[in-house]
Design a protein around this ligand. Structure first.
Ligand SMILES: [Ca+2]
Length: 228
């Protein structure tokens, strides 16, 4: 489907990250410039330790528990009644200048998540170059809401987001988060913030693609909010 340098690049990234396992190591969340106070977490945030079990069984059990926890969290987010998935998207650039619903186009970040494993996948958006620097994804939602959270499902080269903005009904942009993205592997960057006083149906995500080497892909983005 795509040219080999990209595949090689992503493969090397996967090797570097020890494969696309569906598990999450606990990460310190570091937000360098919260504006206003926002919190981030990768889902699941923690893995429950298994106390005083035999070493081998413990490792296997812990891995299974982490995988189950991951699946439950994915399902919970997908079905969140306060969450909406984007219906339209544009981007600073797309791989191979993909337009419309072509693989890796901006619109591949609309709808509910449809990438099932970490790695390069046409069902996600990525930029024209892997490490060029600043890129953005601008998403439109069906219903304006007072927003409380944005959940970005990252599916390859995770961890490159640096800013999230939501737009009011007059078209003014408001930064709800700026910082360092702790996301690893196939997971959500979940950013909570004080409920916006205005209603919004538009989210813009800025990435610094040079932060995480290789292709940085976004599968889906959920806007969470309420009518009141
Ligand atoms: Ca997708």
């Amino acid at each position: 489907m795509k040219i080999s340098p990209k595949l090689i690049c992503c493969f090397l990234l996967l090797v570097f990250l020890s494969g696309c396992k569906k598990s999450s190591s606990t990460q310190e969340t570091s937000t360098t410039k919260p504006e206003p106070a926002a919190s981030t977490e990768a889902a699941p945030a923690t893995m429950a330790p298994v106390a005083s079990a035999p070493a081998a069984a413990s490792a296997e059990t812990t891995a299974k528990m982490a995988a189950a926890e991951w699946a439950l969290k994915q399902d919970e987010i997908k079905k969140d009644p306060k969450g909406q998935w984007a219906i339209q998207a544009t981007a600073s650039s797309t791989y191979n200048d993909a337009q419309g619903m072509a693989g890796l186009s901006a619109n591949q970040s609309t709808g509910s998540p449809n990438v099932d494993s970490y790695g390069d996948n046409g069902a996600a958006w990525t930029s024209k170059t892997p490490d060029g620097g600043i890129e953005w994804l601008d998403l439109k939602y069906p219903k304006p809401v007072h927003a409380t959270e944005v959940r970005i499902r990252e599916s390859c080269g995770s961890g490159a987001a640096i800013k999230i903005e939501v737009y009011d009904e007059q078209g003014g942009g408001h930064a709800v988060w700026q910082g360092t993205d702790p996301t690893t592997e196939l997971n959500y960057l979940m950013v909570k913030f004080p409920k916006t006083t205005f209603k919004t149906d538009r989210v813009k995500i800025t990435l610094a693609t040079n932060v995480v080497p290789g292709w940085n892909e976004i599968d889906a983005v959920q806007l969470v909010g309420t009518d009141q």
